[in-house]
Design a protein around this ligand. Structure first.
Ligand code: MGD
Ligand code: MGD
Ligand code: SF4
Ligand code: MO
Length: 895
């Protein structure tokens, strides 16, 4: 399979038309020039073997092949036998930069465990290299003390994990942090997936993105809400472009985003495609207004019933009137209605589904009548000011929504990262349901995932509210079946596991703190320490001044990463990890529920160990220390949970430093055991059951379309997975259309609610949104060390609408100070005529922390002068606790 790469081909692979144009604009640095040549030369070296893996960046989950020569990665390419058919974007294509010659990607890797006194925190210096055992023993000694007390339902120590760690690691975190050690555990998924996951549990009864990438080929109409898909899930966008080319104007697209995102470039306005520059946070008003137009105007309620939806609905119920766009059969058969009430829904996680009784409306068509009446207030003219959209545009969108049968809505952080995000999802699901545009190929809602294993962190059970198998923590039956599956017939252990999950008296869930509350309580001293794995909160977290203070206050900060990060500057313990993609093995679940294998291609550098081995080594040592101290019961419990995973390998964990090679080797078998344990545990959980899947199958078989990997659920050893959830095939398998107790979809009447962040005013007149850019991954720890992405986007900027810039007297390239109610940053202004924000809105990439230029090592003082999250608020959606990262009131001043 070895193939010759020329520099030209390489650039082409790297998404290059745009990249090449960008190159001209960037100043020439000879070092980078030489570096790029090295890569091109290296790419000419034929690989000796190609190893199957997955790109470690976005939730497309492009299957990739690492080309390996003499034990080193020399190139990377897309796997032609996968759903991505060999394609990769600039980030996947430049992954090999991280392995080549003396690049920053190689030089900067963390290679040894590091330790220092907590007083010496604040920079990347002053660490001393230590053995694995010294570092882990130091942690054990501290954590042992913390776990003598409680904070909330757990001990005052927390792991902050990641949707970029493997499915197996996330399962380990659930099994040992949440259950075994009873400490707090949440993930960066709180910043990423919490709204989508919680909203899906509410609507469908269980979490899991219900549709597939290929559904775009079946759709007649596509609504893209707050989803910059061309930049953020480019692989899936490729399918969308293909669908548009294939179907021409038969596929109509509406983009709803305050920024004219790159995806608008494929719109054909003449053919009726729409771009709607909505005011941030106001999607519910828009969605309800589309529903108003459909019922009051297109169904003729205004014309024939003088606007009285109640009388019209009665005639619909009695069969006197047959609506054109409302699917009465679907509503009668499959829909329950509820009042949209944030206060009640916020209690779901703790108290369970009985809370729905408090807000229940009549079911079926009687409930629909309530919905129709409720929408009276949402006439387009009434919401024009709130949403910033013209009544004519709202009417066009409504007409598009019910044009033909198949309408599909795709959305991501424009919904997720708003403090009213859950209500956006719920309002949209209701519109899809009443128009019968849900639960078919090409019809329905598809909340996308962002991180490569954003879904796997939920299926693994490592985010608050989810338990292994993507169970609902709030459901007594799910807690009980988990305890049973993990107890292996031991009733005493079963009772113990259950007690970690629920209060025996109230039967309420025992929950960890969620991410934002972990950091706030670290700041307040209620939580003593934090162990971050595979994330960089000192850049990515909301309200960085709060995070900065929290990390300074903490008694123990452990950072487990592959590179030095801004967060590491506040650590006292640093644990060097093997990069999952390339150097370790495990599985990832992509945005369409596809499980794929990542095989080990090369050895990790220095003493680095795979993430799972590090956590297991800690648990092993912690359990030994508890036993030595006479805390026998806790130790025995942990020993019981450890046994099936590390059996036969115990001696290796006695002296980690002496057994690095052996532990890396053992990791292959240990991950396999973890996967099969979780597969077994997942049995019976609708949509998330993969009890029919194994490493063997992932390695040797293909799915029904002939691609590597399988889409959940995979029900037995010959089942090839389901293409989508909640359609007729799903109903045939589960004998229910939805995963709720009565098999009905939960639909809500939600009003437009105000966001948590204070609204703009005379002092803070601009709305800032902090989105992503194509070239970089999050806090740039890797892409910032890859030549092309770095070169194209070396620094942060603020994008301004040309009219706003004129009013403020700002020219392209001027330095501006952006200030919110929490802090300020200074960046260059860009008068943006491409990804143009609507007037009154500005945007800046949030990827640039105080480590600044990762090529030259130029640093700033924390939290950084161009770190966007200095400005953002840590207020969150009351149901999902997902922070409001996409709306900040700011003022702008030329400096
Ligand atoms: N290149 C690159 N790709 C990535 C990532 C990366 O870091 N870099 N990260 C990955 C991850 S983890 C994630 S979660 C995804 C995120 O993927 P996206 O959600 O596509 O990413 P964002 O650019 O953060 O935000 C999407 C859009 O929401 C819009 N928006 C803001 N407020 C509102 C609103 O109130 N309503 C509406 N309708 N729109 C609004 C913004 O203008 C922005 O265009 O990307 C993934 N892919
Ligand atoms: N304002 C604003 N803030 C945001 C967002 C936004 O849109 N706006 N988006 C939010 C979202 S959706 C997300 S997902 C978060 C992401 O935020 P984070 O996850 O905190 O940021 P990353 O830079 O992705 O951090 C991943 C880290 O893992 C390390 N790493 C890579 N591979 C491995 C491995 O195999 N093992 C270990 N141990 N480490 C590894 C990388 O070097 C890097 O430091 O940011 C959130 N923050
Ligand atoms: S970043 Fe996403 S689209 Fe690009 S190669 Fe990786 S998985 Fe594929
Ligand atoms: Mo994310």
């Amino acid at each position: 399979m070895a193939q010759k790469f020329t520099r030209r081909k390489f650039l082409k692979g790297a998404g290059a038309g745009a990249a090449l144009m960008g190159l001209k604009a960037v100043e020439k640095s000879r070092w980078i020039e030489n570096f790029s040549r090295d890569i091109a030369e290296a790419a000419n070296l034929p690989a000796e073997k190609w190893v199957n893996s997955v790109c470690p960046y976005c939730a497309c989950g492009c299957s990739i092949l690492y080309g390996v020569r003499q034990g080193k990665v020399v190139s990377v390419r897309g796997n032609p036998e996968a759903w991505n058919r060999g394609g990769v974007c600039i980030k996947g294509a430049t992954l090999a930069d991280l392995y080549l010659f003396n690049s920053p990607g190689v030089k900067d890797r963390l290679k040894k465990p590091l330790l220092r006194d907590p007083e010496k925190r604040g920079s990347l210096d002053n660490f001393r290299e230590v053995s694995w055992d010294e570092a882990l023993d130091y942690m054990v000694k501290k954590v042992k003390e913390y776990t003598k007390t409680k904070f909330g339902d757990k001990h005052p120590f927390a792991m902050y994990g990641s949707g970029q760690a493997s499915l197996e690691f996330n399962y380990l975190a659930a099994k040992f942090n949440v259950i075994g050690m009873n400490i707090h555990n949440d993930n960066n998924g709180r910043l990423c997936q919490a709204t989508q996951a919680n909203a899906m549990v509410i609507s469908f009864g269980i979490d899991g993105p219900p549709m597939s990438f290929d559904d775009v080929f079946e759709a007649d109409n596509l609504f893209l809400f707050g989803f910059s898909i061309a930049d953020t899930l480019p692989g899936w966008f490729g399918k969308l472009v293909e669908a548009k080319v294939q179907k021409g104007d038969n596929l109509k697209i509406a983009v709803i985003d305050p920024v004219k995102i790159s995806a608008t470039q494929i719109l054909n306005y003449k053919a009726g495609d729409l771009y709607l520059p909505i005011i941030p946070t106001t999607d519910v008003a828009f969605i309800n207004s589309m529903a108003h137009v459909i019922i009051y105007e297109l169904e003729g309620v205004n014309r024939d019933y003088a606007g009285d939806a109640s009388r019209w609905a009665d005639d619909v119920i009695s069969g006197k009137v047959k609506p054109k766009h409302i699917d009465t059969e679907f509503i009668a058969k499959y829909v329950n209605f509820y009042r949209g009430d944030y206060q009640v829904l916020a209690r779901l996680g703790k108290e369970g589904p009985k809370i729905f009784d408090e807000i229940k409306l009549p079911s079926g068509l009687e409930g629909f009548k309530e919905y129709a009446k409720f929408l009276a207030a949402y006439k387009p003219e009434n919401v024009a000011q709130t949403t910033g959209l013209t009544p004519a545009d709202i009417r066009k969108a409504a007409q598009m929504f019910v044009r033909n049968k198949n309408t599909m809505s795709m959305y991501l952080q424009g919904f997720g990262q708003q403090s009213n995000g859950v209500s956006k999802h719920l309002a949209l699901v209701t519109l899809h349901a009443v128009t019968g545009r849900l639960g078919r190929a090409g019809a329905g809602v598809m909340p996308s995932v962002g991180q490569p294993n954003g879904l796997g962190q939920r299926v693994g059970g490592a985010v608050v509210g989810r338990l292994p198998g993507n169970r609902n923590h709030a459901l007594a039956a799910h807690r009980a079946s988990l305890a049973k599956a993990l107890a292996r017939g031991n009733q005493e252990m079963e009772a113990k596991i259950l007690e970690r999950l629920e209060d025996p008296v109230t039967k309420n869930s025992r929950l960890s703190l969620t991410s934002v509350d972990i950091f706030k309580n670290l700041k307040n001293g209620n939580i003593k320490g934090v162990w971050t794995v595979c994330n960089n909160p000192m850049v990515a977290f909301p309200n960085l001044n709060m995070v900065h203070e929290a990390l300074r206050k903490a008694d123990l900060v452990v950072v487990q990463d592959i590179y030095p990060t801004e967060t590491m500057a506040f650590a006292d313990v640093v644990l060097p990890a093997a990069a999952l993609s390339g150097e370790a093995c495990g599985t990832y679940l992509n945005s369409e529920r596809r499980v794929q294998m990542l095989e080990k291609a090369v050895e990790p550098p220095g003493d680095a160990l795979p993430d799972g081995i590090i956590l297991l080594a800690f648990v092993y040592k912690y359990q030994k220390a508890l036993a030595a101290e006479g805390r026998q019961e806790e130790a025995d419990f942990l020993k019981f949970l450890l046994e099936p995973i590390i059996q036969g390998y115990e001696p290796l964990f006695e002296n980690v430093q002496a057994n690095i090679r052996e532990l890396r080797e053992a990791n292959q078998e240990i991950q396999k055991r973890l996967f099969s344990e979780l597969a077994y545990v997942s049995k019976g959980i609708p949509g998330n059951d993969f009890s029919g899947l194994s490493y063997e199958r992932l390695r040797t078989e293909k799915d029904a379309k002939g691609y590597v990997g399988f889409k959940l659920p995979v029900l037995d050893s010959s089942h090839k997975g389901l293409e989508r959830l909640y359609d007729e095939n799903y109903e045939a398998v589960y004998q229910k259309r939805f995963a709720t107790p009565d098999g009905k979809l939960r639909c809500f009447l939600f009003e437009q609610v105000h966001p948590a962040e204070e609204w703009i005013d005379a002092e803070y007149p601009f709305m800032l949104t902090l989105p992503r850019i194509y070239e970089h991954w999050h806090t740039r720890t890797r892409t910032g060390r890859c030549a092309m992405p770095h070169r194209l986007r070396p620094e942060a900027w603020l994008s301004i609408n040309p009219n706003d810039a004129k009013k403020l007297g700002i020219k392209d390239g001027d330095w501006v100070e952006v200030e919110s109610r929490r802090g300020k940053v200074t960046v260059k202004a860009k008068i943006d005529t491409v990804k143009t924000p609507r007037e009154g809105v500005v945007w800046m990439p949030w990827a640039y922390g105080f480590l600044g230029n990762l090529f030259t090592g130029q640093k700033e003082a924390p939290p950084g002068k161009s770190a966007g999250n200095v400005l953002s608020t840590d207020a969150y959606d009351p149901v999902s606790k997902h922070p409001e990262l996409k709306f900040t009131a700011v003022k702008i001043r030329k400096v």
